[in-house]
Design a protein around this ligand. Structure first.
Ligand SMILES: [Zn+2]
Length: 129
């Protein structure tokens, strides 16, 4: 999803977004199938301190336990926070996502941030307990 944020490039403000994400289950650790497509709702804000993307990512699907091999359903809401910049010199800093041409690839940013937060091990409720 490409979000047009030209409106807030030169002035302060906020642009809300809501999007389904067409992530392939096999690309996400531990996921067998989605119960529904991953969904994100949030906003991109231009404040005096810079650009910020905030979103709640809802992930609902069938997961496979790494320990006992059980399939289980799980639904979670993951908060996402990403700093953005329109200054090329900041791109050496991996903490920033570059805004280019006034558009932002929201799904790509959410994907990267989710991967960073994603646990490397998936455990079913029984194994977690
Ligand atoms: Zn288990």
């Amino acid at each position: 999803m490409a979000l047009d944020i030209r409106k807030i490039l030169d002035s302060l403000g906020s642009i809300p977004f809501e999007t389904n994400l067409d992530w392939v289950p096999s690309d996400v650790i531990g996921v067998i199938a989605w119960s529904r497509a991953p969904f994100a709702k949030g906003s991109v804000t231009h404040k005096a301190s810079g650009f910020l993307l905030l979103a709640a990512l809802t992930v609902s699907g069938k997961f496979l336990c790494d320990r006992c091999g059980a399939e289980f359903s799980q639904c979670g809401e993951i908060p996402i926070r990403a700093a953005l910049t329109d200054e090329l010199e900041d791109t050496d800093n991996p903490d920033y996502y570059l805004i280019s041409g006034g558009e932002l690839d929201v799904s790509e940013i959410l994907r990267s941030e989710y991967v960073l937060q994603e646990p490397t091990i998936t455990l079913c409720p029984t194994c977690v307990a």
